[in-house]
Write a protein that binds this ligand. Structure first.
Ligand code: 5AD
Ligand code: SF4
Length: 440
């Protein structure tokens, strides 16, 4: 979602005459969009500000520095106190006011801050949708969260749950289809709790929204993230059986395999609930690729709790996952727990879990060898080594199961032909986190 928000801020500033720059060197404005979800992510802000300072000095201070995103929301005025290079602080639900704030800084020579929660007004002001419209485009359909997991800052930084109207999302999808976008990726912190109004003013569902957008001819693929196990409704599960354009992949974070920990996390589901949901969805779509998020070392997590997580992973079998060490976030209930886990124990648990998850991902990739699958090509593949740089042109795309697929092409012209297109690829080789193949 931060990528989506950064693109929208870029659109907003482009509309008032700013152009993009690849470097802060000489720039009239720098926007740092921040994440507050774990400590490491928010620490980056102050080191980035330190790197920007000399560039601002070189321009005799004639550079507007804006801090946007969830660190801005959570830290507010404190950021001005910690770093005097900052001119603007703007939250994730009020960045539509950025051009205004810039105007005020230039006119009044005064620092500006806006941390309001005005999501509906925000989307009404974001009509351009230019940046980030390649083969696949994100569309935010829902924001915020009312679930209050005890470790998580999202309900505080993104605010209460909000769903956009069906028609507005549909219009976005049509505009994107016109620009050549083939895949729409619906975004929301709680995307499957989506309940935006339809054309009759009735609350819709994510399943209905998927069906509507999938009816656009030029849109060939639909995906969504991130879902909560509690909101995995029967109509959404049925959509995975009935709608061909809905890709066979689901990111469904469980966080822990232990009921004790899930309870302490206030997740409102048990490990048994999760098994049941996965069984239902695999019945609907047997080839579904499954992903999840895990937190290890949550306060009070015992060895046995962690073994329950390992056991759940072994029983389910994931195709890719994210896993993190618990990071206490100020203001969340679990940050004050007296049962914090030793850093070394967290490290050991994370290493064991990640080894298992990587093995499962590699196994899934190996099963793809010899299979022919449609791949949506998005861009040139990043070069692995200097040697590769000289002699190879490689394309990067996504399989239906969200695997990275890389193919060789002979010429730049041929590469151009495939960008933004779906082509059948025979998988020749599996790597731990990608596949190599040839277009057939
Ligand atoms: N510490 C570690 N991981 C966290 N996440 C959210 N909050 C924390 C935290 N305090 C993880 C969860 C979530 C993902 C986006 O980030 O696993 O699903
Ligand atoms: Fe955070 Fe997700 Fe829990 Fe909401 S459901 S509080 S976004 S982890």
């Amino acid at each position: 979602m931060n990528v989506y928000d950064s693109d929208r801020m870029q659109d907003l500033m482009n509309a008032v005459g700013y152009e993009n720059s690849d470097t802060p060197e000489g720039a009239d404005m720098v926007i740092i969009n921040t994440c507050h979800i774990r400590e490491k992510a928010s620490e980056k802000l102050f080191s980035d500000l330190g790197r920007i300072r000399p560039h601002k000095n070189k321009k005799n201070g004639e550079m507007i520095v804006a801090v946007a995103g969830c660190v801005a929301q959570a830290e507010g005025e404190e950021i001005f106190k910690r770093s005097n290079v900052v001119d603007i602080i703007v939250g994730p639900e009020s960045y539509q006011t950025l051009p205004d704030l810039v105007g005020k800084v230039l006119r009044d020579k005064k620092k500006q801050i806006n941390l309001e929660f005005i999501p509906d007004n925000k989307f009404d002001n974001l009509v351009e949708l230019k940046a980030g419209t390649g083969a696949s485009a994100f569309v935010t359909v829902q924001e915020g969260c009312d679930k209050f997991c005890t470790f998580c800052v999202v309900p505080y930084t993104r605010g209460t749950e909000y769903s956009r109207d069906v028609n507005k999302i549909y219009e976005d999808a049509l505009r994107l289809a016109d620009k050549g976008v083939k895949e729409i990726y619906f975004l929301g912190q709680n995307v499957n709790a989506y309940h935006g109004n339809d054309e009759n003013g009735q609350a819709s569902t994510l399943a209905k929204l998927i069906e509507k957008v999938a009816s656009i001819d030029a849109i060939k693929r639909v995906r969504y993230t991130t879902s909560h196990p509690r909101d995995m409704s029967n109509d959404l599960i049925a959509a995975h059986r009935d709608i061909d354009k809905l890709m066979p992949f689901l990111h469904l974070p469980i966080q822990s395999g232990s009921n004790n920990v899930l309870k302490m996390m206030n997740r409102k589901h048990t490990r048994q609930d999760y098994f049941k949901t996965i069984e239902k969805i695999r019945q609907a779509r047997p080839d579904l690729g499954l992903s999840s998020d895990f937190i290890v070392g949550f306060p009070g997590e015992t060895d046995q709790d962690f073994e329950d997580t390992m056991d759940l992973v072994k029983q389910i079998g994931f195709t890719q996952c994210y896993s993190f060490k618990y990071s206490p976030r100020q203001g969340t209930p679990s940050a004050d727990s007296k049962h914090q886990i030793d850093e070394k124990v967290k490290d050991e648990r994370l290493a064991r879990l990640q080894a298992l998850l990587s093995e499962q991902q590699f196994d899934f990739n190996k099963k793809s060898i010899g299979v022919k699958m449609p791949v949506l090509f998005e861009r040139e593949a990043p070069k692995a080594s200097a040697k590769e740089k000289s002699d190879k042109i490689q394309l990067w795309g996504k399989s239906p199961y969200l695997q990275s697929v890389i193919v060789d092409v002979a010429t730049k012209e041929e590469a151009q032909k495939y960008f933004g297109q779906i082509a059948d690829v025979e998988i020749l080789q599996a790597r731990p986190s990608s596949l190599m193949g040839k277009i057939v």
